[in-house]
Design a protein around this ligand. Sequence first.
Ligand SMILES: [Zn+2]
Ligand SMILES: [Zn+2]
Length: 195
Amino acid sequence: MVSTNLPHFSELQYNVAGLLQETAGGMRTADVHVPISRLDQLDESVDVVAPFVGTVRLLKASTNVLARLVGETTVRLTCARCLEPFSYVLHIDLEEEFHPSVDVNSGAAITDTGDDLALVINEHHVLDMTEILRQAMLLSLPLPPLCREDCLGLCPECGANLNEESCNCQNDDIDPRWAALNALIVSDSDTNHPE
Ligand SMILES: [Zn+2]
Ligand SMILES: [Zn+2]
């Protein structure tokens, strides 16, 4: 595997003019480090709290470029059950095929670039992975967001966070096995123990 640094203008944007002139199988790899400030600009609905760190690999196919981006970042989410904020690591592993819009040798425009504008290499031979990273991040968000699988949520009666405290609102519905225990606790606390 040939591994070289890719010429880039900013994070996630790579000049692939050299790669496009190679035969199929030509490859470039690079480390990727996208700062939080730039990730925050991608999508207002996502609160990013760690840079995106990973690797990119660009592979020359017959006329197109296969781009693979692997890495991770961390976002801040709000639990759908208990409404507490929590951190969630987004693992990104995507592969997309990018289409040149200009023939790198002749300079002639290429009209057949596919339907997805995010996957078009521009007239300056710049391949931009910004939009596909944004889409992949949104698709990687958990639905619903839960601070943990077994989050107990809030009591619908008193609003207590049942992960942190119990309340007495729903004694009627309580599992009978626990009701017996609950009765013990109540009678115990009602009893005045001599010091
Ligand atoms: Zn929760
Ligand atoms: Zn309650």
